[in-house]
Design a protein around this ligand. Structure first.
Ligand code: ADP
Ligand code: ASP
Ligand code: MG
Length: 462
């Protein structure tokens, strides 16, 4: 038994949907199919909601083009679709139109409303694909994942309530003679309000379902041949990593490798369920497998490079940072209070400063809140100032085999130095699986290619 997941890149138009459907149909073990929205749809839904919230009527044009895209797609997939279109698609578009109109009237779009708007992407694609599949073979059932995945109320990045969800999943997906087409990316609170798991969240849906059902494997079907040694848009000669460990892949996802959502592997680790990354447009290629106990992976000391952009650093400076117990915890409390994710922290023991890296969109509100909440520390001069630097990039080199291998940092920083790249901060996880460094965004391409060239030249790999 397996869960297969197709991303938006595999669902761009009717032609691509047919290719994905053939993969589903030809493998009788793929009974649980998780789908994303059609390519570009989530972005357009967000754009429409944003424009409506500013009172800009251009949102109506986006709405019409989304409607047209889905109607064209169903027309190209199934000739006889009148009743389906009238009963299912048209009412969904009527509802979406009303919600967008509501946003326009209120000139406000809360994270809760935005999650509801985004949910239309997956609901529409899954309805269309299940109708298409049921026109070519039997026993296909559409499943709205909001009925089986329960979450907290943290809209746009909801946490799954596994106990409740696992029971619902096992009970609802019990008929093993069926093919279930399940909406990715979305869940709902215990009160039934729509939530989402953050961008790219359909990968996570696949692993939540796979873990609940203890399947043999999860397959993520996308538009590249597997997990690559670096982002192929940055490093054109990046190559496929045939096998990598759960920890390595988690690090890659956390550090921005878009190919899987950062939480994807968590539900699979405990049950040791392998996760395959495969290419919908090259299905005979073996792809990459992410698995527990991966002893067989690439020779060489690092496995891959990943990076996060739109990062800012907050350099918090003051004598209170040395020798005054509790100061660091007060600082971190501010980030926790605002729900801001800290991506990386560095502190040199001799310095009166702490460097915290987070998303640029969060940095300025973090500073404002710190200036308010830690006012006394500023007044008593334990804290002097908080400097913000924008336009930064965190690059991570990742590999299980780095542990205990001397000389990697030396080679890494020489490669960067030789290319005159200035490094603003460095951190190494205690697992020794990851060395991260911070550079100016403008150096990103040069730095990543220099590091790839140093450690990951395809000719080094036998
Ligand atoms: P999907 O729509 O299938 O979910 P995504 O666009 O979310 O696809 O993810 C696949 C894309 O991730 C690839 O097309 C590739 O450009 C990008 N990517 C970034 N880093 C990596 C990596 N290390 N390995 C593979 N793909 C990567
Ligand atoms: N449709 C959502 C997004 O674009 C979820 C996904 O594709 O995994 O982020
Ligand atoms: Mg994706």
């Amino acid at each position: 038994m397996k869960v297969v997941k197709f991303g938006g890149s595999s669902l761009g138009d009717a032609k691509r949907i047919k290719i994905a459907a053939e993969i589903i149909r030809s493998d009788k073990t793929s009974r649980f199919v998780v789908l994303s929205a059609m390519q570009g749809v989530t972005n357009q839904l967000i754009e429409a909601a944003l424009l409506a919230s500013k009172g800009e009527l251009l949102y109506k044009t986006i709405f019409e083009s989304l409607k047209q895209l889905h109607l064209d797609t169903i027309n190209q997939l199934v000739t006889n679709n009148e009743s389906f279109t009238l009963k299912i698609l048209i009412p969904m578009f009527e509802e979406l139109e009303e919600i967008l109109h509501g946003i326009e009237l209120l000139q406000d779009c809360t994270p809760r409303t935005k999650d509801l708007v985004m949910s239309f992407g997956e609901r529409l694609s899954c309805q269309i694909v299940s109708f298409y599949l049921s026109s070519i073979y039997d026993s296909v059932e559409y499943i709205d994942s909001r009925d089986i995945i329960k979450t907290d109320e943290n809209f746009s990045s909801a946490a799954v309530l596994f106990e409740e969800s696992n029971t619902l999943i096992v009970n609802r997906l019990a008929n093993l003679s069926r093919t279930y087409i399940i909406t990715g990316f979305i869940g709902s609170t215990l009160k039934g309000i729509t939530t989402t798991f953050g961008r790219n969240g359909s990968d996570y849906t696949a692993s939540i379902i796979g873990s609940a059902l203890s399947v043999d494997s999860v397959e993520i079907w996308t538009d590249v041949d597997g997990v690559l040694s670096a982002d192929p848009r940055i490093v054109p000669n990046a190559y496929v990593i045939p096998e990598l460990s759960m920890e390595e892949a988690s690090e890659m996802a956390y550090f921005g490798a878009k190919v899987i959502h950062p939480y994807t592997l968590h539900p699979l680790i405990e049950k040791k369920i392998p996760c395959w990354i495969k290419n919908t447009f090259n299905p005979s290629f073996s792809g990459s497998v992410i698995k527990d106990n991966c002893i067989n992976h690439e020779p060489g000391t690092i496995t891959a490079i990943a990076s996060i952009d739109n990062v800012s650093s907050l350099n918090i400076i003051g004598s209170g940072l040395i020798g005054l117990p509790g100061m660091t915890s007060k600082i971190f409390l501010v980030f926790a209070k605002l729900g801001i994710n800290i991506i990386m922290i560095t502190q040199a023991s001799s310095e009166h400063s702490l460097c915290v890296l987070c998303r640029t969109e969060d940095a300025h509100r973090a500073r404002e809140q710190m200036e308010t909440d830690l006012k006394e520390s500023f007044q008593s001069h334990y804290l002097r100032e908080i400097e913000i630097r924008d336009n930064l990039e965190i690059v991570a080199v990742i590999g299980d085999k780095m542990k205990g291998t001397p000389g990697i940092s030396g080679r890494l920083f020489s490669a960067l130095g030789n290319n005159k790249i200035n490094i603003q901060a460095i951190a190494q996880g205690s697992s020794e699986r990851n060395i991260s460094f911070v550079i100016d965004s403008s150096d990103k391409k040069l730095a990543i290619n220099a590091v790839h060239e140093t450690f990951l030249r395809p000719k080094d790999i036998p």
